[in-house]
Design a binder for this molecule. Structure first.
Ligand SMILES: *Cc1c(COP(=O)(O)O)cnc(C)c1O
Length: 355
């Protein structure tokens, strides 16, 4: 494995105060970068001062969107240690996304070392206030200057870090969700299960239209029949119906979340009946009408658990759990954030410490 060369920044930017923290607008002093060419493979892994990129305007990324990304967080423990939550899972998913987009695999051990070395160098940037963290954004871009539609011969793998504020400023809060009947996010056979830019570009329109009506996110239905539930915004989704916890089964168009898989493991550990299966909007609405829809919530790295207080579909609205956070959502949130920040035991060995 090639050694990571480190060039330290001569100056350090001033760090944000807790109230200046939001999501993804401020970046740390350093970044990681590594190049790929067909003849040399991945080479020259290096950490350099955070800086703009210089790219040929014909680079494939700008025209055909050949790119993938990941998202995970580093958390500060009460003892001042820095922890990562299941980063190996993100690196595996990065390579699944790479494969789907005809991009070269990255050595997962090197990718992980790149993250830990970079976070360790910029660890003063991990914020300490409750609910805050250092967001880690690894991504790969196609850099070959070529206007033909073909996989690029050159790539860059880059990692940047951003201190982020608490997702819930006044405690975990249920949101209003609109079920999307016009636009779709992904179809089986498409790129929905890859974390690739195009999926997010195509979701903006629907998100913009519902935001105007006061909804926080859209709930995506399957792209063929528009009957079965897929995801909520950029989160996976869970329902509790008559005691059963249900999340849509992975079907090729759903993104497999690390949080989703951790939620499933915790629910099983607590002996809740949990099933990955197809679930239709009609089933959820029927359950609500019969008083059997007990909870609904999204899961993802950004919010961890995001309770759904209201669902609107075809002009009808249902309230979930009286618009309040349900007990299972709350228990999952407390446990996951407790494990991530080292405030609770980690029975699954999900976290790793960074020196
Ligand atoms: C990233 C993402 C998720 C959540 O994945 P986590 O690994 O839990 O953060 C869910 N859906 C989509 C579309 C995503 O991009």
């Amino acid at each position: 494995m090639e050694k990571i060369k480190i060039t330290k920044s001569e100056t350090s930017k001033s760090k944000p105060t807790t109230d200046q923290l939001e999501f993804g607008r401020i970046f740390t002093d350093h970044m990681f970068i590594m190049d790929y060419s067909a003849d040399k493979g991945w080479h020259e892994p290096r950490i350099i001062p955070y800086q703009p990129l210089t790219l040929d305007p014909a680079s494939i990324i700008f025209h055909y969107g050949q790119t993938v990304f990941e998202g995970l967080k580093a958390y500060l423990t009460p003892e001042g240690k820095v922890k990562l939550f299941r980063p190996g899972k993100n690196m595996q998913r990065l390579n699944r996304s790479n494969d789907r987009m005809c991009m070269p695999a990255i050595d997962e051990t090197l990718a992980l070392e790149a993250i830990t070395t970079l976070v360790s160098l910029d660890k003063e940037w991990v914020p300490s206030a409750e609910g805050t963290s250092l967001y880690i954004r690894p991504f790969v871009i196609a850099t070959e200057p070529y206007l033909g539609v073909a996989p690029s011969k050159n790539y860059q793998f880059i990692i940047i870090l951003s201190p982020v504020g608490a997702y819930y400023k006044e405690g975990i809060n249920p949101v209003k969700i609109a079920v999307e009947n016009t636009f779709v996010r992904a179809v089986a056979g498409g790129t929905g299960e890859a974390k690739t830019a195009g999926n997010y570009a195509s979701s903006l329109k629907a998100q913009e239209m519902v935001a105007d009506k006061g909804f926080a996110q859209v709930l995506w239905l399957d792209g063929v029949e528009k009957k079965y539930i897929e995801e909520v915004g950029s989160m996976n989704v869970f329902f509790k119906i008559d005691g059963e916890l249900i999340t849509p089964a992975l079907n090729g168009s759903i993104l497999e979340g690390v949080t989703r898989s951790s939620v499933i493991d915790l629910l099983k550990h607590w002996d809740y009946p949990v099933n990955e299966r197809r679930v239709s909007m009609e089933e959820v609405f029927e359950a609500a009408k019969h008083g059997k829809l007990e909870e609904a919530f999204g899961s993802g790295t950004a919010a961890v658990i995001s309770p759904i207080g209201e669902l609107s579909w075809n002009g009808e609205s249902i309230e979930v759990n009286g618009g309040a956070t349900g007990p299972v959502a709350r228990k999952l949130y407390t446990t996951l954030t407790g494990i991530q920040t080292g405030k609770q035991p980690d029975p699954f060995n999900w976290t790793i410490d960074i020196d």
